[in-house]
Design a protein around this ligand. Structure first.
Ligand code: AMP
Ligand code: GLY
Length: 425
């Protein structure tokens, strides 16, 4: 089979390496891919959001199956365009991708179908939003409606901060059209859990749970980033919590999307908070998480390609989705300065790896046979082991064998998960 993967980060590197394990994957194209992916796939210089170019490439090269990984092409309708051109595709169409593309849509869906989430109000009028800020409970969480590179959420302790957040989004349009509407919601507390799932619109198969670390610095200090590391499974996500989420959140969401005439086919990501009142949805994503995928897929047993094909053909119910009982940890090595300004172009020295170790490249280009840094998040060092403490130790040991100038990582990935584990024992 000729397979096309749209995207070019660490998540796509993990997806491609896993797809490669299936002998049916003869050729894999990555659009645009990156310097690390180039070792496992044929990278083609087409941007992930250039839908006409993606479709032409797929047709010209007789691609048998496409996987659209990032949010922006999905929200723009890349999966629909590929399917319309006769290319079978894993990923939700535009109507279903709205579950991530519009927070107002997602919140209204949850309200209509009784899916637990933070209480909220949605606004498209600046004056009405500002009036609500004068009486809403504090802290208030102000969210831009559309995609904002993970930066469109502001937690405001004071009315002044909330006013400023609303003005920056709706008036100054710091996130462009994404801020034309805002959601102002109740502040929740509790451990966060990410659950990725496969769904074909009818059946849902959850993947192993995980925990992301979004802030740049140790102790959850510093700015929000795309994610500085992950562990799986997430010890806060007990079998009882999992059963409750399945009954009150996962299945109701799949049914709600179907009832709305927007059946969701692809990877549906549940960002959950385990509050004193039970699990609640913080956000939905219409795609694999990054860097959650880097710890989830190494634990998947069997063929990823088979599952993605089954999802796209509506036969997930007949397909096995199994995960190993092991644990995994991913430590992101970033360029000093990220998520703000940073330098690039430094050579990366990669060590040899053992069977249970992976290096997933996120931001690097290949030049004259050398790998050079090209992004803020440069790579993920991943280890799989029999238990979480060992997976964390080995991921750090691997990270410490990788070198490039200006590299930094958080030193406490998995610390909260270990504390939760100790609390259980
Ligand atoms: P999001 O971009 O929607 O994932 O939000 C980024 C982060 O903001 C989440 O991972 C949470 O830590 C935090 N957050 C979002 N919504 C809430 C909320 N209602 N209460 C508390 N924290 C929140
Ligand atoms: N790691 C969070 C996300 O992929 O949105």
């Amino acid at each position: 089979m000729k397979i096309l993967v749209v995207g070019g980060g660490g998540r796509e590197h993990a997806i491609i390496q896993k797809l490669r394990e299936d002998p049916r994957a003869e050729v894999i194209y990555a659009l645009p891919g990156n310097g690390g992916i180039a070792r496992h796939a044929l990278c083609v210089d087409i941007a992930a959001a250039d839908i006409p170019a993606i479709v032409s490439f797929a047709k010209a090269n007789a691609v048998d199956f496409a996987v659209v990984a990032p949010d922006d092409p999905l929200v723009l309708g890349a999966a629909d365009a590929l399917r319309q051109a006769g290319v079978p595709c894993f990923g939700p169409g535009k109507d279903a991708a709205a579950i991530e593309g519009s927070k107002v849509f997602a919140k209204n869906l949850m309200k209509k179908y009784g899916i637990p989430t933070a209480a909220y109000e949605a606004f498209q009028d600046l004056e009405e939003a500002l009036a609500y800020v004068e009486r809403c409970p504090l802290p208030a969480v102000v969210k831009a409606d559309g995609l904002a590179l993970g930066k469109g959420v502001l937690i405001c302790e004071t009315r002044e901060a909330a006013r400023e957040a609303v003005r920056s989004m709706m008036e100054d349009r710091v996130f462009g059209e994404s801020g034309a509407r805002v959601v102002i919601e109740e502040f929740l507390t509790g451990p966060e859990v990410s659950v990725l799932s496969f769904t074909d619109g009818e059946t849902l198969a959850p993947m192993v749970s995980s925990m992301d670390h979004k802030r740049a610095l140790d102790g959850d200090e510093g700015l929000n980033t795309g994610g500085m590391g992950t562990v799986a499974p997430n010890p806060c996500y007990t079998p009882e919590v999992a059963a409750e989420c399945m009954e009150k959140i996962f299945l109701p969401t799949v049914r709600a999307m179907k009832a709305e005439g927007r059946p969701f086919q692809g990877c549906l990501y549940f960002g959950l908070m385990l509050t004193a009142d039970g699990p609640k949805v913080i956000e939905y994503n219409c795609r694999f998480g990054d860097p959650e995928t880097q710890v989830v897929l190494p634990l998947l047993e069997g063929s990823l390609l088979e599952i993605l094909l089954a999802v796209s053909q509506g036969r997930l119910a007949e397909t096995q989705v199994r995960f190993s009982e092991k644990s995994a940890c991913c430590v992101i090595l970033a360029s000093r300065g990220y998520p703000q300004k940073y330098d690039k172009g430094f050579p990366i020295t990669l060590p040899g790896t053992e069977a249970d170790e992976r290096v997933y490249i996120a931001g690097a280009v290949e030049k004259d046979g050398k790998l050079l840094t090209s992004g803020g998040r440069v790579l993920g060092a991943v280890a799989v082991a029999g238990d979480l403490p060992r997976a964390i130790e080995r991921a750090y040991a691997l990270a410490d064998r990788i070198h490039f100038e200006n590299a930094f990582c958080r030193r406490d990935i998995g610390k909260r998960a270990l504390e939760a584990l100790e609390g259980k024992n």
